[in-house]
Design a protein around this ligand. Structure first.
Ligand SMILES: Cc1cc2nc3c(=O)[nH]c(=O)nc-3n(C[C@H](O)[C@H](O)[C@H](O)COP(=O)(O)OP(=O)(O)OC[C@H]3O[C@@H](n4cnc5c(N)ncnc54)[C@H](O)[C@@H]3O)c2cc1C
Length: 404
């Protein structure tokens, strides 16, 4: 495989002008870097921390993958993402996807998740099945959901091995000649036909800049005249011990709708033997990503999600201990409508932004990377992502600084 300097002879020169520079080596930046280098673009990926790290949103071993989505654009993105994850598995000879099936459960009158996702499953002809109460009880006696629950199975749903997926993208990027620089924090961006990017260590020139800074998006975008309505929260990720060895091994992944956009979801044992991952998605403490775990945050940290989950486990998963064994931490970066932001800077069209993944972006990464790469090549997205634009927000998020 060509080394970076063989592939692009001037790549390390101080005068090098990159085709693409990407800020943030989480799953979105890493997937985008992979796509760009595969297209022959001279690409550099900058990450503020030493890799791997657990201070963003892409760490940990597992994420849900599913076809079932409420919106057409994500169904289209998953249509291309599923085979792309499989391609990455082959390319890196690494298992990244574990098929478990995924149950979507709503309890009337709260049924929007069930109705909209089922409609998409039918529209896209995805393998699925509706389970009535009898079938649910018979096939999954380990769970206990009310008689009037609405349930369907997405047969292709499962778990992505998140840490391995992240590493796979980064390794392939480097193998193909890309430059990945760790411990380089971007401090200043000067827009122009050639964008100047200054870090704590060097200054770079690039024709296209892609910003995938996760929870740091507001900090990166504000100096560029964009004030995005993002909420960054600290998420508890609890794991629950089974009462007897193996009793939960056949339970598929699932999402249970509590309220409109509040869910509890569960992932089959993967990273820790005998432990089921069951977190809450629906509000947590707002934090500054640079101070995620400070004593202050611990002190004000709401444990109400853990209390809610304890009640949920006791009621619906009687074969799990209703006290978490392990609690890990992650961050959500949420938009008001829970839709991602993927767009060009409204004024500087060679600056492309992806942020606000709202707690569901991991599985989409192959498609996100392909779209961002196409945009960097001056093409339009092949999937209609109008719903993800800055335009949906007031003044396209432009501040007075940018409008001057
Ligand atoms: C608890 C939890 C559960 C989740 N479950 C699922 C799930 O089941 N399925 C699913 O699909 N998704 C899930 N998600 C969401 C998914 O993990 C995220 O949407 C995704 O990881 C976001 O990736 P990212 O690349 O945008 O951000 P990040 O991974 O945070 O990457 C951003 C990177 O940018 C770097 N950076 C920021 N600023 C700078 C700078 N100035 N200079 C250099 N580098 C910088 C950061 O250090 C960071 O590494 C979950 C998220 C959490 C927290």
């Amino acid at each position: 495989m060509a080394s970076p300097s063989e592939q692009f002879p001037d790549i390390h020169s101080v005068n090098a002008v990159y085709d693409v520079l990407i800020v943030g080596a989480g799953i979105q930046g890493s997937s985008t870097a992979y796509h760009c280098i595969k297209q022959g673009l001279k690409t550099v990926l900058l990450e503020q921390f030493s890799l791997p790290h657990s201070r963003g949103s892409s760490h940990g071993q597992s994420r849900i993958i599913r076809y079932s989505y409420e919106q057409t654009h994500y169904s289209q993105m998953m249509t291309e993402a599923f085979p792309m994850w499989k391609d990455l598995e082959k390319e890196t000879n690494t298992q990244l996807y574990k098929k478990t099936g995924l149950l979507t459960i709503s309890l009337p009158p709260m049924r929007s998740l069930y109705d909209s996702s089922l409609e998409q499953m039918r529209k896209f002809k995805r393998a699925h099945r509706i389970l009535d109460h009898e079938a649910l009880k018979k096939e999954y006696p380990e769970m206990n959901f009310p008689k009037d629950s609405l349930v369907f199975m997405d047969y292709d749903g499962g778990t992505l091995r998140a840490d391995k997926a992240l590493r796979a993208y980064q390794d392939r990027f480097k193998d193909c000649g890309g430059i990945l620089k760790e411990e380089e924090k971007v401090l200043e961006i000067t827009p122009g036909p050639v964008v100047i990017v200054r870090t704590n260590k060097a200054t770079y020139k690039t024709r296209q800049l892609i910003l995938t800074p996760g929870a740091w998006a507001q900090k990166v975008l504000k100096p560029l005249g964009i004030d995005v309505p993002l909420t960054v929260t600290r998420i508890n990720v609890p794991y629950w011990q089974e009462k007897e060895t193996g009793v939960m091994s056949k339970v598929p992944n699932l999402i249970f709708q509590l309220e409109n956009d509040k869910h509890v979801y569960a992932l089959q044992e993967l990273e820790y033997p005998g432990l089921t991952k069951v977190p809450y998605h629906g509000g947590a403490d707002i934090i500054d990503p640079d101070y995620r775990d400070t004593v202050h945050n611990e002190a004000v940290g709401r444990k109400s999600d853990i209390q809610l989950l304890k009640r949920f486990i006791a009621k619906h998963f009687p074969l799990l201990l209703s006290e978490p064994t392990v609690i890990e931490t992650c961050m959500y970066t949420e938009t008001p409508d829970s839709e991602l932001i993927m767009d060009r800077h409204p004024l500087y069209h060679n600056i492309i932004v992806c942020c606000g993944c709202s707690g569901h972006g991991f599985k989409l990464a192959p498609s996100v990377g392909k779209i961002l790469c196409r945009m960097a090549m001056g093409k339009e997205s092949h999937i209609n992502i109008t719903a993800l634009s800055f335009k949906r927000f007031k003044n396209s998020c432009l501040t007075n600084k940018a409008k001057l």
